[in-house]
Write a protein that binds this ligand. Structure first.
Ligand code: TYD
Ligand code: MG
Length: 472
């Protein structure tokens, strides 16, 4: 008989220790170790004997060729365009996805809407809720006007019962498990919600997806306090990881792919949470622009790209004299160190000084921008705020700033310009266009150096020039 072992497992990353430790060496989380009985690491030693020999006699697994017949269409389009964009053109059959996000962000709403849309199109969809009772899911479906969709619904948390139920009847096209943290299996003794349970349950569901050809969507909550095992341990097991995020105070939500074995990871889907569920936002530029009149300083419109889609976003900066010894730098929606770099380049190459000023930077609407192409718009917003010079309502900015102060070209300039033109902008400031990128109706101003931008703003600005300093 196997010996009963006790071990301590990090609830954040799944690292195992024989004794309790305050800080996880693997992921750096504090106070994340919880005692568990008979953990996942014994699986290996149960399969392999002392000398690495298999203990049970294995069977011959058929080896097949790379090319071969594929019976069904490989993808299952949900019909929700913003969701299909993020998955790379629909759910891949036989794959497992993790949809993570804070509690209350709208994961269940999104998935019941996707499940109902697919079921209406004739797909067999099973929705297993481990968090809500059948009545609660029905109530939500009724509110969303989806009650008539032929979704097979169950409220269940036992992995064994779920798998037996799924094996009964035709193979579903889509199985939604809401959520992975509520599942438990008899195979391991740890309590529900612990890393060992979550990992074992996820493993079972992923195996089911591969063997049956059904798409399995696992919902996972991300909690900050670590009382429930985070879905991070599940991330490497599944084929795709989508994160559903949004600003709690606002109504829109962004679905972002952080891992996808079958599609791109830079696409985002934008939704708006309304009284009638999640609504797709096909043209997010309007959403992320805020109320603009162009008369206040410190706001610059960035002509950005999210994946293959151009998106205009307003960048807001506030530069104010500091009363502290070390001035404050606070950033929302952008990279902290990137801001530090832009400030340094402005100081070193353009003579614009921020040493006596607090700097606050925010991306309007709570969007998170990762593109370096936002550098120029950030610089424009910073200089505009410092100088008190509004940038006008009809101009967009894009371009990467290098440490030498040069403004570098970025990809998809034509798409950015087209989007700006579509939304009524008439001027664009950016790097020189590469050959083949057709100019269009916009009035373009090419800036080769960041200092050119500073000069432009100083010249245009109503509020006077930024404080410049002689270098030497
Ligand atoms: P939910 O999908 O239950 O979130 P999760 O599964 O990620 O925990 O969404 C819960 C929130 O969404 C809740 O605060 C109410 C809001 N909501 C709406 O605003 N409109 C709706 O039609 C629905 C169903 C939910
Ligand atoms: Mg939910």
């Amino acid at each position: 008989m196997a010996k009963r072992t006790t071990q301590f497992v990090c609830q954040s990353c799944g690292a195992v220790s024989s004794r309790w430790v305050g800080k996880c060496e693997a992921c750096g989380a504090w106070n994340s170790f919880v005692e568990e009985v008979g953990g996942g690491t014994t699986i290996g030693s149960a399969v392999f004997g002392q000398k690495g020999r298999p203990m049970r006699k294995g069977r011959v697994v058929p080896l097949v060729e790379l090319s071969g017949e594929i019976a069904q269409t490989p993808r299952l389009e949900s019909g929700i365009a913003e969701l299909d964009r993020v998955t790379g053109g629909g759910f891949v059959r036989g794959s497992a996805l993790l949809v993570g996000g804070d509690p209350g962000i709208g994961k269940s709403t999104l998935l019941i809407q996707a499940a109902a849309t697919l079921a209406r199109k004739g797909a067999r969809v099973v929705y297993v809720s481990g968090e809500e009772a059948v009545a609660q899911v029905r109530l939500r479906a009724e509110r969303l006007g989806l009650s008539d969709a032929p979704v097979a619904l169950a409220a269940e948390t036992s992995v064994e019962d779920i798998l037996t139920t799924l094996a009964d009847g035709p193979v579903p096209d889509l199985v939604v498990i809401d959520s992975i943290q509520t599942l438990w299996t008899e195979v391991v003794e740890s309590g529900p919600g612990t890393v060992t349970q979550v990992r074992t349950a996820a493993q079972a569901m992923v195996r089911y997806a591969k063997e049956s050809g059904a798409t399995v969507v696992l919902v996972g909550h991300v909690t900050k306090d670590g009382s429930i095992a985070g879905p991070r341990v599940v991330e490497h097991m599944v084929d795709a990881v989508l994160y559903f995020e949004g600003d709690g105070a606002r109504h829109f939500r962004v679905l972002r792919s952080v891992k996808n074995r079958f599609g791109p990871t830079d696409e985002i889907g934008v939704f708006e949470m309304t009284g009638g569920g999640l609504r797709e936002v096909p043209n997010p530029s309007e959403l992320f622009m805020g109320e603009r009149d162009g008369s206040s300083a410190g706001a610059a419109v960035f002509a950005g790209m999210e994946g293959t889609r151009p998106m205009l976003v307003e960048i807001q900066a506030l530069v104010a004299p500091t009363s502290l010894g070390t001035p404050r730098r606070a950033v929302v929606g952008w990279d902290n160190s990137r801001l530090a770099m832009i400030l340094a380049v402005l100081e070193a190459h353009c003579g614009v000084r921020f040493g006596q000023h607090d700097v606050y930077l925010a991306v309007a609407g709570g969007l998170r921008i990762q593109e370096p192409a936002a550098d120029l718009a950030v610089a424009a917003a910073l200089v505009s705020s410092l100088a008190g010079a509004p940038l006008g309502h009809d101009c967009v900015y894009f371009g990467e700033v290098s440490l030498s102060g040069a403004v570098r070209p970025v990809a998809h300039a034509a798409a950015r310009l087209k989007e700006a033109e579509k939304l009524g902008f008439v001027r664009a400031v950016g790097p020189k266009l590469a050959n083949g990128e057709a100019p269009n109706g916009l009035k373009r101003a090419a800036v080769a150096q960041l200092v050119d931008l500073v000069t432009r703003i100083a010249a245009d600005g109503a509020g006077g020039a930024p404080r410049r300093e002689q270098r030497g």
